[in-house]
Ligand binder design. Structure first.
Ligand SMILES: Cc1cc2nc3c(=O)[nH]c(=O)nc-3n(C[C@H](O)[C@H](O)[C@H](O)COP(=O)(O)O)c2cc1C
Length: 352
């Protein structure tokens, strides 16, 4: 682990240790992977404008997300099937996040069911991500189970009315498990049914009209994930959401959409303070976090780096990744002259 000094190093390890089809599933994006590449490079287009002669002896990375205190504005985005990375799957990921004081967003397409997090005694803040399902009672039951399992927000992912075409998956022969491989769905699968959970149950018909129904299913705040435009961010706010999450699903859905870093300011302007704004896609460095905060995000999330950290060494790998990004963030905050998260402003960045 001592040889791993930044988040990208985890991928180098995972590339050699994961089964080739699992690596193809985790790493790949849609079509030509134009968006996948730009998710990373778009952060690099921004330059920092440090202020000097600021007292930075004490740096504090803490903040709150939807009122919950967190150790830093960097969370774990929902990613499916942690069981491909580690035998303990989501339990190990959640434990690593909890120990580090980070928000863990559990995917509904997890290997383990959400109830396992309670059974494992994991207390850190967790959110639960849902899709809409053809059988609405499944969506409703999933939200109720998440609330009962101590999740503090429902994250509705809206950029997957159908699956993107991910060619690395096709070439590697990656096969989705049947329902029994998705811990949250196993109980809904009809006996003997081997239809793919996602293809078989997923709805492509959810629209803004149904959003209010979903929001009313629980007392939890609703976050809409997968927003790409100011127009949709404004609509989400009109429907009273608590959070707008700028995301292109890690470049896995529609190729050639703009990178998160490039859409963020437009969304922040459209939201106008009515909801918290998050962003993901290619966030790998403490300096990426500072750019996102300066452009108006409340927090950033990442997907793949956490999967690779989990694959490298379970919850300890996740803890090591959290330690790295925290050290990078503290260092960058000191050098930028921003000792607290609230000190970071639009004036701290400029387009290169
Ligand atoms: C292997 C993989 C599985 C994913 N599964 C889900 C999912 O189940 N639900 C969801 O909302 N997003 C999912 N995502 C998207 C992530 O939440 C996130 O938007 C994306 O990974 C961010 O980009 P990054 O990987 O560059 O950090 C997945 C991403 C990856 C890489």
């Amino acid at each position: 682990m001592s040889a791993i000094v930044n988040l990208s190093d985890f991928e180098d390890v995972a590339r050699t240790t994961l089964a080739p089809a699992a690596y193809a599933y985790y790493a790949g994006g849609a079509a030509d992977e134009i968006t996948l590449g730009e998710n990373r490079s778009a952060w690099s287009q921004w330059r920092l404008r440090p202020r000097v002669l600021v007292d930075v002896a004490a740096i504090t990375t803490t903040t709150t997300l939807l009122g919950t205190p967190v150790a830093m504005p960097f969370g774990i985005a929902p990613t499916a099937l942690h069981g491909l990375a580690h035998a303990e799957g989501e339990v190990a990921m959640a434990r690593g996040a909890s120990d580090a004081g980070l928000v863990y967003t559990m995917s509904s397409l997890a290997t383990r069911p959400v109830e396992d997090l309670v059974e494992a005694g994991i207390e850190g803040p967790r959110w639960f991500q849902v899709y809409d399902h053809r059988d609405r009672s499944i969506t409703a039951d999933m939200v109720a189970r998440a609330e009962a399992a101590g999740c503090r927000a429902i994250v509705l992912t809206v950029d997957l009315p159908v699956f993107g075409r991910r060619e690395r998956e096709i070439r590697s022969g990656f096969a989705q498990p049947d329902a029994s491989g998705y811990g949250n769905f196993a109980r809904y699968a009809a006996a003997g049914e081997v239809a793919l959970v996602t293809a078989g149950l997923h709805s492509s018909q959810f629209t803004w009209a149904e959003l209010d129904w979903l929001a009313g299913l629980s007392s939890l705040p609703l976050v809409v994930k997968g927003v790409h435009t100011g127009e949709d961010a404004a609509l989400a706010c009109e429907h009273g959401v608590a959070g707008v999450w700028v995301s292109n699903h890690g470049g896995r859905q529609l190729d050639r959409v703009q990178a998160g870093a490039d859409v963020l300011e437009e969304v922040v302007a459209a939201v106008g303070g009515r909801a918290e704004v998050y962003v993901d896609g290619g966030v790998r460095r403490g300096t990426d976090v500072l750019v996102a905060l300066a452009l108006g995000a409340r927090a950033v999330f990442a997907g793949r780096p956490w999967l690779y950290a989990l694959a490298s060494n379970g919850s300890d790998g996740v803890g090591h990744a959290a330690g790295i990004i925290r050290a990078e963030l503290e260092n960058a905050m000191a050098l930028l002259g921003t000792p607290t998260i609230g000190d970071v402003t639009r004036a701290h960045v400029t387009r290169s």
